[in-house]
Write a protein of this length. Structure first.
Length: 185
């Protein structure tokens, strides 16, 4: 009995009074509670957790909704031109010639030449423009027409000092320029 008494005396007087002893007792209690809970709860369900994977990929897009991507594998539609109206190429050529103008042209004459080839929005934007600020003197090649839809095309025209990019829209009267952009090469 003396050995038992010495062991209990050592436990209560030295081991439980140190930090290591207290940490050891807490760890034993935690593992005991966890072990008892597992025994009471029974075997785990194999369908729980990540072991139950879906048979098909999870999608967030309706596969029958069509293509919503930026690039398309389909050929762009051909632009539609009403009978007797100017084609996008003709409109772009005439607009570029009027936009470049001729030396000494008055602002009113320059804008009058652009008006029948422009949308009302572009005409309004060009109201304060000066023909002397046009950075080119002549068209140097044929237009490159890029159809985006049946009623919207982009036309690139090579100029002597850069490239003119025009966006044209189809109206009931024919094609009109809606956006003018110029880039130096």
């Amino acid at each position: 009995m003396t050995a038992m008494r010495r062991a209990l005396e050592f436990l209560f007087t030295r081991a439980l009074r140190s930090r290591l002893g207290v940490a050891l007792v807490i760890a034993v209690l935690i593992f005991g509670v966890i072990g008892a809970a597992r025994l009471v709860s029974g075997p785990p369900d194999p369908a729980d957790g990540l072991s139950n994977r879906p048979e098909r990929p999870i999608t967030t897009v309706d596969p029958t909704a069509g293509d919503d991507g930026v690039t398309s594998t389909e050929a762009p539609p051909s632009p539609i031109t009403p009978a007797g109206a100017r084609t996008p190429e003709q409109t772009a050529d005439r607009f570029a010639t009027a936009w470049i103008g001729r030396p000494g042209v008055a602002v009113d004459q320059w804008q009058a030449g652009l008006r029948p080839l422009s949308t009302p929005a572009l005409t309004e934007k060009l109201a304060g423009a000066d023909p002397g600020g046009v950075p080119a003197e002549k068209v140097t090649g044929p237009p490159d027409v890029r159809a985006r839809t049946e009623t919207f095309v982009e036309v690139l025209l090579p100029l002597d000092s850069g490239r003119l990019r025009l966006e044209l829209v189809a109206t009931k009267d024919g094609w009109l320029v809606d956006v003018v952009d110029w880039e130096r090469l």
